[in-house]
Design a protein around this ligand. Structure first.
Ligand code: P1T
Length: 385
């Protein structure tokens, strides 16, 4: 089976056995608990919905196949997946080498929550694998990567970094939210764990918050499965239904996100009021060759620097009409935002400037509307700037 077929069918095979319902769409199993006839025999393997739920199970099966993984686990949010992952696979005294350009909430989780439990983080420019290697300490247990990064669209070489990790028994985790499993599969490139905010492309409609972990190592899976129940940051059955439904159109949505984003990136690059565009599909992107090698498309996210100051940025953001001024990404509707004061405001200004999140940087999540409407909207907003 190929990608789009799997995305539609896996986990939702109709039950055609005697007494089965034949549902083409999995029911939303709202029951919080499951009755049994005998104390030691949970009916159908289910006992309590935090531990396991049939609708969630369907989603987890689908999540696994999308990343060519053996196992999938669903969570209540991307950050819930991240926290559960870190708390399960790391312990007091361990060290993590992370990309210095990450979603602001991920850095906040690391620096303001998890570091209180005796874990150490070193942030490096992972565009060069040597920087990752150089930051390794005796107690390094994990590499934490995003590629492309949020919001600067920097890339790192998953294959090269995973190899460095494997030689030293260090786990490589890749947050694959921006590409979705349609355009990039970190496990195929050697990473140990792929992670997603399913709030974004997998859900695809800005109507659900969720997270996912996909992996193939059974021992790690058992630890995570145990923690999923022990910590309890699980999604509701209704949320699982929404993500399952969203995934069915992932393939066609990603094609259109990619098409529209490439057009907008090229349009912005040619606009006199734009200084710089960060999109891996542009030949001017310094890692365009790596992008072509490890991704099968360039996705729907881009960021750009407007030729102006914070006042110009604010005026521009007020003028756009179709692009909603909002955090988040990956939905069918186009969103625009200002990382320095929105998604990445929790990163101290000095640190933001060091990695390149300037005050004139704007991020766009390109939706799947008609491209002409999107470029016309940007034109009217830029030309009045
Ligand atoms: O919002 P949540 O589902 O908890 O996912 C967190 C998360 C994890 N990883 C990446 C790459 C992300 O972009 C996010 C969430 N990001 C936004 C809300 C945003 O606007 O960038």
């Amino acid at each position: 089976m190929r990608f789009a077929t799997k995305a539609i069918h896996i986990g939702e095979e109709p039950d055609l056995r005697e007494g089965g319902s034949g549902d083409v769409v999995i029911p939303i199993h709202m029951s919080s608990t499951f009755a049994r006839r005998e104390v030691d025999k949970p009916t159908g393997g289910y006992e309590y919905s935090r531990t396991g739920n049939p609708t969630r199970h369907a989603l987890e099966k689908r999540l696994a196949v999308l990343e060519n993984a053996k196992y999938g686990l669903a969570f209540a949010s991307g950050l819930a997946a991240e926290a559960t992952l870190a708390m399960s696979l790391l312990k007091n005294g361990d060290h993590v080498v992370a990309f210095d350009d990450l979603y602001g909430g991920t850095r906040r989780l690391f620096n303001q929550v998890i570091s209180n439990f005796g874990l150490e983080f070193t942030y490096v420019d992972a565009r060069n694998p040597i920087n990752v290697e150089k930051a390794i300490q005796k107690n390094t247990r994990m590499f934490w990567l995003e590629t492309p990064t949020n919001p600067l669209m920097k890339l790192c070489d998953i294959k090269a970094i995973s190899e460095i990790g494997r030689e030293r028994n260090i786990l490589t985790v890749v947050d694959n939210t921006f590409m979705s499993p349609y355009f990039q599969n970190p496990l195929d490139l050697g990473a140990d764990v792929a992670l997603h905010s399913t709030t974004k492309y997998l859900g695809g409609h800005s109507d659900v918050v969720g997270g996912a972990i996909m992996l193939s190592n059974e021992e790690l899976y058992r630890k995570l499965k145990f923690s999923q129940n022990a910590i309890g940051a699980v999604p509701s059955p209704f949320d699982c239904f929404l993500v399952l439904r969203g995934i069915k159109t992932l393939a066609i949505r990603m094609e259109r996100h990619n098409f529209n984003a490439q057009k907008i990136a090229m349009y912005l690059e040619s606009h006199p009021k734009v200084k710089k565009v960060n999109y891996p599909g542009l030949e001017s992107h310094p890692q365009h060759e790596l992008a072509k090698r490890q991704m099968s498309g360039f996705g729907g996210m881009l960021s750009f620097e407007i030729d102006g100051n914070l006042t110009d940025v604010k005026a521009f953001l007020k003028r756009v009409r179709i692009f909603a001024l909002a955090e988040s990404l990956g939905g069918v509707e186009s969103l625009i935002e200002h990382p320095a004061s929105m998604t990445h405001a929790s990163i101290p200004q000095k640190e933001r400037e060091k990695i390149g999140i300037k005050d004139n940087l704007i991020r766009i999540s390109v939706g799947i509307e008609d491209i002409e409407d999107l470029t016309e909207d940007l034109t009217q907003a830029l030309n009045k700037a």
